[in-house]
Every structure is written in structure tokens, then in C-alpha cells.
Design a protein around this ligand. Structure first.
Ligand code: NAD
Length: 341
């Protein structure tokens, strides 16, 4: 394709993806299935890599999520909440391994924390002196929505951390999701009342969490799994704070679990990259039996020092990737369903 045709196509793709982002992240009303969105995003990324001068800083390929809804007060994240890069095949996974191995010449083997990719909404929950004080959505990664009162209604999230050994400030990052059984019940009730149904559990979780009335959220049976950390501070004793944090991502998740935060039971520490495919296949085979919806797996370099060495690109860490499942939904499905937010 010539440069001028590519430029037209890039502009067209940017506009289309910006529109889909707004419908998905801000209105909670997607109009195309994820597989179609992912296909267009890949086309954009490919074209932008062939013509780097046409890649603008505000391109959807460079930005996380959508802007925060004005109905909620805003929370500026002390550490940004990023997205994840994707691979879709064993071959692309190998490409990821080659890229990070090239950057980590000194590491002989790389361990990975292997996790299901939960299909819900990213939230950051802040504890001060062990007490739940704030919860926010990811928003555009820098500024999210203050959804403290809604997250407070999620029963599995502790309002006070267990024990006494934790940093003064700790931000727990994880996914709020709607278990499949709650989703089915909610939609069955909507159908019985001749009301609109939710397109999928992710959409239902997002709509339930961004309610202005937390009493509605409380009735929606949402759940949460922690998958990482944001800002951590130990004012009283900085040294102790630094020691508190394990230098393994997997161990950090176990630390969060010991403080009472729910951790997905499928999470595993893998000794090397060769074990990744088996984990992916195992979770794919279990997908229908899981009580919550997932759309793939996530693999994260486990060693925090190696994570720091790898760093970040515009909207995602270089040390992690989602390894997504083949798509289940069809375009026609989304066209036929009347959505609720
Ligand atoms: P993403 O969903 O591909 O990956 C990042 C997110 O994964 C994180 O923010 C977090 O919420 C979640 N996650 C789940 N399990 C995790 C784990 N174990 N560790 C870390 N994170 C975990 O990226 P995104 O930027 O949130 O969304 C992009 C995707 O959303 C697209 O690939 C597409 O599938 C979908 N989308 C669809 C439309 C549409 O119109 N259909 C529009 C925008 C986005």
C-alpha cells in the first residue's frame, strides 16, 4: 500500500477505534465484538510500524482505555494503570520470549507468573494503615473514576487487612468481575421483567460498578481477584517497607492473599517459558468449568528486578503479555442484543 493510501487508512482506523473505545469504556455499550476490535487494532499497529512518522501520540494504539465519566469524582493514579500487550498464537508467544530474552541477556532462565485473564474491570484499591480508603477505575490509565462506595459493597474485598504486617499505604490492583452464575441470574430476571439484558459478564460488571447508587451495585454479586500492586509506601520505616515486598510477582500475590485479598486459585509460578503453552491449553480446556469468564491467559516475568530492567512501552509493560483465546462471540450477536448499562 502506498504511503498516501496508508495515511488515509490510518486516519480511518484511528477514528473508528476511538469511536469503539468510547462506546466500550465510557458508555459500557460495545457495538462490535472484541475480535473485530482486535483485528482493526492489529491492522493499525502494523501500518503504524511500517510508517512510523504517521504514528501520533494520541493514536488509540498509544492510549489506555477511555476517559473517566464526569458523574464520578476523579482519582489521579500515583502510578499509572496500564493495559497489556497481546499475543494470539504459540508463534507470537515465541516472538515475545525472543524479544524479552534479547533485552535480558544476563538472565539464564526466566520464570513466569501465569494467570487467567479475567474478563471484568481493572480497579485500584487503596489501603492506608490497613484500612480500605479508596477505589478507582483505570480510566485512561492516569485518571480514573472514584468508585469507593461501590467497591465497598463487594463482600470478598476486606475493609481491613488481616494481621498487622503491611505497608502504611498499599494500592492493590485487580479485576472486579461478575461470576457466571450471577450474570445468568441477572439476565434471567431482566428477561422476566421484559428489560434489556447485558451483552456479557464484563459489560455487566462495568455497568454494575459504575452505578451512582451503590445500593444497586450491592445487589449485583460482584467478585474480585488481586493481580498486582500499585503505589506502596512505608512512612514509619522505609527499610521495613522495602523488605516487606517480595522480589517475585508470584510471591507478592501470595503476600496479598495473606492480607485477606482474594487471589485467583489458578495462578501458577512457571519455571521457564517452555511451560507456558501447557498452562494456556490447560486453562483453555477448563474455561467452561470456571465460575467466572476469562478471555485468555496472562504471563508476567516473575522477577521484579527483571521487570524493572524491561520497563514499559506507551501503554503496557514490556514484561507481560496476554495470550488470548480464540474469539467466541460473533458480530451478529452484538447486533441482536439490546444492551443495558
Ligand atoms: P486488555 O483487556 O486486553 O488487557 C488489559 C486488562 O486486562 C487490564 O486492564 C486488566 O483489567 C485485565 N486483566 C485481566 N486479568 C489480568 C491479570 N491476570 N493481570 C493483569 N491484567 C489483567 O486491554 P484493555 O486495554 O483493557 O482492552 C483492550 C481490549 O478490550 C481489546 O483487546 C478488546 O478485546 C476489548 N475492547 C473491545 C472494544 C469493542 O468495541 N468491542 C473496544 C475497546 C476494547
Amino acid at each position: 500500500m502506498s504511503e498516501s493510501l496508508s495515511q488515509d487508512r490510518i486516519v480511518e482506523l484511528q477514528q473508528l477505534l476511538n469511536q469503539y473505545n468510547h462506546q466500550y469504556y465510557v458508555l459500557d455499550q460495545p457495538t462490535v465484538p472484541d475480535v473485530e476490535y482486535d483485528r482493526l487494532m492489529r491492522e493499525l499497529i502494523d501500518l503504524e510500524s511500517k510508517f512510523p512518522l504517521l504514528k501520533t501520540a494520541d493514536s488509540p494504539s498509544q492510549r489506555v482505555g477511555g476517559e473517566a465519566l464526569k458523574e464520578f469524582s476523579q482519582v489521579t493514579h500515583q502510578l499509572p494503570m496500564l493495559s497489556l500487550d497481546n499475543v494470539f498464537s504459540a508463534q507470537e508467544w515465541q516472538g515475545f520470549v525472543t524479544r524479552i530474552s534479547d533485552r535480558l541477556k544476563s538472565a539464564s532462565t526466566i520464570q513466569f507468573c501465569a494467570e487467567p485473564k479475567l474478563d471484568g474491570l481493572a480497579v485500584s484499591i487503596r489501603y492506608e494503615n490497613g484500612v480500605f480508603v479508596q477505589a478507582a477505575t483505570r480510566g485512561d490509565g492516569r485518571v480514573g473514576e472514584n468508585i469507593t462506595e461501590n467497591v465497598r459493597t463487594i463482600k470478598s474485598i476486606p475493609l481491613k487487612l488481616q494481621g498487622t504486617d503491611y505497608p502504611d499505604v498499599i494500592e492493590v490492583r485487580g479485576e472486579v468481575f461478575m461470576p457466571k452464575a450471577s450474570f445468568d441470574k441477572l439476565n434471567a430476571a431482566a428477561i422476566a421483567k421484559n428489560e434489556k439484558v447485558f451483552a456479557n459478564p464484563r459489560n455487566a460488571a462495568a455497568g454494575s460498578l459504575r452505578q451512582l447508587d451503590s445500593k444497586i451495585t450491592a445487589k449485583r454479586n460482584l467478585a474480585f481477584y488481586a493481580y498486582g500492586l500499585g503505589y506502596v509506601e512505608h512512612q514509619q520505616n522505609v527499610e521495613k517497607g522495602e523488605q516487606w515486598l517480595a522480589n517475585s510477582h508470584y510471591q507478592r500475590l501470595c503476600q496479598l492473599k495473606s492480607l485477606g485479598l482474594p487471589m485467583c486459585p489458578e495462578v501458577r509460578l512457571l519455571e521457564n517459558a517452555d511451560l507456558v503453552e501447557a498452562f494456556y491449553q490447560d486453562i483453555l480446556a477448563k474455561r467452561d468449568q470456571l465460575t467466572y469468564e476469562i478471555d485468555g491467559t496472562v504471563f508476567k516475568v516473575d522477577d521484579i528486578a527483571l521487570q524493572q530492567e524491561l520497563g514499559f512501552v506507551a501503554k503496557a509493560p514490556r514484561w507481560a503479555t496476554a495470550y488470548k483465546f480464540p474469539a467466541q462471540e460473533e458480530l451478529t450477536l452484538l447486533k441482536d442484543v439490546e444492551f443495558q448499562v
